[in-house]
Design a protein around this ligand. Structure first.
Ligand code: FAD
Ligand code: DLZ
Ligand code: SF4
Length: 514
């Protein structure tokens, strides 16, 4: 009797826990390209192409390791269109004794997996995903013991548990966090590190044609597709990052530059999230770079914190907060995102850069996501569920468990401050300090009023004024509120009128792009 092992599109790890201990002679691995997954939001074309090509390559790698893999392509005329439909067909073909599957990465998929036992009348084992360091139970235990779920405390526990950058039970350098040193603006530099590019092979070329044909209406471009689609190439990209970019990763973590899409970032998130790279292994290798004197502590600590801190913590929050987390809207925001979030056609230079590169590459780095597109959406009062949908669509690394808490929680303050003590908002001044965008923008970053004023400025103050009932007592906002109230009434009225005029022009600019 056979065991059926479905492997989903973000479970592309060669020694995935569900395969350990299985007998290749009696195990059928099932991989499924299905319409349900490719269309539950309008994913960026490049994201779909990356996932499908990585899945096809992974099926080959599993076969080479001795597994029997059955693979349904999207254009298979018998394709049932959903995970459950494809499992039903496989159950009919093989009459398996049991199904063993790794837990899914979102509530929607988990509900599907949980329905299978009743639906098919055979035992279904859902194994926890041990590619994460903290299990759901670990996170619950940690969270149950505290009043506030500050990430920093979680991170310290993860450092202690893994021993990463720890010496004799103490954090390396006697500090847990070197973030203060990681806020330098960058200058255009010919020696800037470059990520490797991977030319599409025959398998990827086939996928690109399929995606161009079937998903023409989805946002984004396929031109110049250069993502790695195998564990080996993802590994090459990782080695390139450690060698050339990690040493300055910390210094320039928050910097933004016109035309520079990657700066000193790793661009490894798609590979980590779909399973081609192992997060703990990457952290150990980053630590080794520090121990060998090839990368400074602020860079390596910063990199490790993003992975064993933020990444794990976001997952913990997603599963802890439940399936209705997506509906939270603390600030009662209901505006549509402007249609140009799907075209990049705006004369605000910072947004044009961030959205333009997103539509081209399906990637943008953290500060672009948080302080440009996220900041703007929050300041205009965009509906957090709509903002969430946009981020889930357009980023190659976006799966709900990581994207939702980052977007709705961290970026849009939709949960009222579960993840951060204040909303991530800024006027144009922050963007000007961290980038070279403003110098060539049609707007004047130092102006608040008038046709040439940077829209972020009036919107920032208007946001604070609009939400004083909810945010006015937030101690971390005491200074901006004091500054607001120090202004003359006439100045405040002019600022609010400027913001109102801008918002009215946005609303008049046409429907959202979906
Ligand atoms: P680097 O800057 O090189 O960072 C190293 C690694 O740390 C990343 O590869 C990633 O695995 C991890 N990491 C860093 N920050 C975070 C974070 N906040 N949460 C989780 N992991 C983190 N990341 C996703 O993986 N998927 C998403 O869908 C996603 N959506 C986001 C939405 C918003 C609104 C914001 C503000 C951030 C989002 N992030 C998301 C986090 C972060 O922007 C990306 O992980 C990062 O830009 C990926 O690029 P990189 O690999 O070059 O990262
Ligand atoms: C995101 C995605 C897409 C676009 N397509 C597929 C697919 O055709 N087959 C598949 O197995 N997985 C796909 N995925 C990833 C799944 O949606 C992912 O498994 C869930 O987001 C949750 O884990
Ligand atoms: Fe963005 Fe304002 Fe700077 Fe223009 S001036 S790039 S809109 S922050």
């Amino acid at each position: 009797k056979t065991t059926l092992v479905p492997i989903l599109g973000d479970q592309l790890t060669i020694d995935l826990a569900v395969l350990r201990g299985q007998d290749p002679a009696t195990t059928i691995v099932l991989m499924m390209e299905v319409d349900d997954e490719t269309t539950y939001v309008r994913h960026h074309k490049r994201k779909i192409a990356y996932i499908l090509s990585a899945m096809r390559h992974h099926a080959e790698a599993l076969r080479e390791s001795g597994w029997t893999v059955e693979y349904t392509t999207l254009d298979d005329p018998d394709n049932a269109g959903s995970f459950t439909g494809e499992i039903a067909r496989a159950v009919a073909r093989h009459d398996p004794e049991r199904i063993v599957v790794t837990e899914g990465g979102e509530w929607r998929v988990m509900a599907m997996l949980e329905s299978w036992e009743t639906l098919f009348g055979i035992p279904v084992t859902i194994r926890s995903d041990d590619r994460f360091l903290a299990s759901h139970a670990d996170f619950e235990t940690w969270a149950a013991e505290r009043k506030s779920l500050t990430m920093e405390w979680f991170y310290r526990q993860m450092r202690t548990r893994t021993g990463l950058l720890m010496t004799d039970g103490k954090p390396e350098g006697d500090r847990w966090n070197f973030d203060k040193e990681n806020r330098k603006p960058a200058k255009n530099d010919l020696l800037m590190p470059r990520p490797l590019v991977f030319k599409p092979n025959a398998i990827t070329a086939q996928v690109l044609a399929l995606v161009a044909d079937r998903f023409a209406e989805h946002p984004g471009s396929l031109d110049g597709f250069d993502y790695a689609v195998t564990a080996e190439d993802a590994e090459r990209q990782a080695a390139n990052f450690f060698k050339h970019a990690l040493p300055q990763f910390g210094d320039y973590e928050d910097a933004m530059l016109t035309g520079e899409r990657h700066l000193w970032h790793s661009i490894l998130s798609p590979y980590i999230n779909s399973g081609l790279l192992d997060p703990l292994d990457l952290c150990r290798r980053a630590e080794a770079e520090y121990r060998a004197g090839r990368a400074p502590l602020n860079a390596v600590e910063g990199y490790i914190r993003q992975i064993i801190g933020w990444r794990e913590y976001m997952r913990g929050i997603y599963w802890r907060e439940g399936p209705d987390y997506v509906e939270r809207n603390f600030l009662d925001h209901h505006r549509e995102l402007p249609g140009w979030y799907w075209t990049g056609e705006t004369d605000m230079h910072c947004l044009r850069e961030a959205i333009g590169q997103t539509l081209e590459t399906a990637h943008a780095h953290h500060i672009q996501r948080l302080m440009v597109t996220g900041n703007f959406a929050l300041l205009i009062g965009a509906d957090p569920a709509k903002v969430h949908q946009w981020y889930l669509e357009v980023y190659v690394d976006a799966y709900e468990w990581v994207e939702l808490p980052n977007t709705l929680g961290m970026s849009q303050f939709g949960d009222g401050g579960l993840l951060g003590s204040k909303p991530y908002i800024s006027s144009g001044a922050y963007i000007d300090r961290m980038s070279d965008y403003c110098g060539t923008c049609r707007y004047k970053v130092k102006q608040r009023i008038g046709p040439d004023a940077c829209p972020f400025n009036a919107l920032y103050w208007d946001f604070l004024a609009r939400h004083e009932d909810k945010l006015g007592r937030n101690t971390r906002l005491a200074m901006p509120y004091r500054n607001w109230h120090k202004q003359t009434e006439a100045d405040r009225d002019a600022t609010r009128a400027q913001a109102a005029q801008f918002l009215a022009s946005l609303d008049a600019s046409g429907p959202a792009g979906y």
